[in-house]
Design a protein around this ligand. Structure first.
Ligand code: NAD
Ligand code: SER
Length: 312
């Protein structure tokens, strides 16, 4: 991995991943792309407008920059996908197959994230195994399972070096999340700093896997540099750091903001999605095959999030 093209580079993950990749591989060697442009994005390093549903444009940008790796992040997240399922299918599956085709034609290494959304209500909820029932009931989940299989197919059929993880809900302070079910956890930290109060659209007692962004980025770097001979589950490693419900975040926040108030106004669509996802995934395959290890638990993450948000 020496020259990398990132799609969806202005999103929650991409905006931090591009910065981390540039620190490691050099600014000129990381090409950010997105369907839109953000202020200052083009001044920080190479940046191109690319709609991932435009296969020709994606191919020509990858070829012109002579990249050896593509990290495909552009997608519609769970809550937005549920509001617009056909559009989600076209973007999530159309963009993925276009990016995989570019990787096949130009012989690139390939990364794309799957999600806890790849599981459904019939999946074991606690200690969710690496290999288990995957019958998701959301369009996002259908896209993620199909995406995992498609990446496996490109590896077995064409020898493309595809790799991926099943991310939990990601918590970060740099860029806002893009319309997922786990967004409440990020919003809670922002509102704790602004107003010392938050109304959660996910109900008390609803557990989901979560992770702090530095651990999520470290996982990509480690997986992409891992010895290919050791990767048995290359396209969809369960990785998790924190299993939490809304009240657990409130307890952690109150250690720093004692009068923080948490109330609830449940969004039935998001709640149904959340209840269909695991409480806590088993990450042992990622630990064994490429050394995944999260550095942040809920208290370490909360301390850092609140410090960073206050200084922001
Ligand atoms: P995001 O919504 O924050 O960012 C997505 C980016 O894609 C945006 O900048 C958007 O402008 C761009 N985009 C949208 N349509 C596009 C198109 N047609 N062409 C090019 N770019 C387009 O998403 P994210 O949170 O950064 O997620 C990135 C990937 O990680 C997705 O596959 C998502 O499913 C996965 N993931 C995210 C989380 C999380 O908690 N953030 C958890 C699990 C998996
Ligand atoms: N954070 C993502 C979502 O809620 C999980 O994939 O959609």
């Amino acid at each position: 991995m020496k020259k990398i093209l990132v799609t969806g580079a202005l999103g929650q993950i991409g905006s931090e991943l591009v910065e981390k990749l540039r620190e490691t591989y050099g600014t000129a060697n990381v090409i950010g792309t997105d369907i839109r442009i953000a202020e200052g994005a083009a001044e920080k390093g190479p940046f191109e407008i690319v709609d991932v549903t435009d296969a020709d444009k994606l191919f020509s940008v990858a070829k012109d920059y002579q990249v050896d790796t593509i990290m495909h992040l552009a997608a519609l997240l769970s809550a937005k996908a549920e509001a617009n399922p056909k559009f989600a299918w076209d973007l999530n599956m159309g963009g993925l197959i276009n990016a995989l085709e570019v990787a096949r034609e130009l012989d690139l290494q390939f990364f794309t994230p799957s999600s806890i959304g790849a599981f459904g209500p019939s999946t074991p909820k606690d200690g969710t195994p690496q290999e288990t029932v995957q019958r998701p009931t959301t369009m996002y989940g259908v896209n993620k399972v199909a995406g995992e299989l498609l990446c496996d197919y490109y590896y077995h059929r064409f020898g493309v070096d595809t790799r991926g993880v099943r991310y939990p809900g990601l918590i970060s302070y740099v860029s806002p999340p893009g319309g997922g079910t786990t967004d409440y956890a990020v919003e809670m930290y922002y509102e704790a700093v602004r107003n010392k109060a938050y109304r959660s659209d996910i109900d008390a007692g609803t557990y989901m896997d979560m992770m702090y962004m530095p651990d999520a980025l470290q996982a990509i770097m480690q997986l992409m540099e891992a010895d290919p001979g050791k990767l048995k589950h290359r396209n969809a490693y369960n990785i998790s750091a924190i299993s939490a419900a809304p009240e657990d975040f409130a307890i952690a926040i109150r250690k720093h903001i004692p009068d923080f108030k948490l109330t609830y106004e449940v969004d039935p669509v998001k709640q149904k999605i959340a209840e269909s996802w695991p409480n806590s995934m088993d990450s042992s395959a990622a630990r064994e095959e490429w050394g995944f290890k999260a550095a942040y638990d809920i208290d370490a993450m909360t301390k850092d999030m609140l410090e960073k948000l206050r200084s922001k």
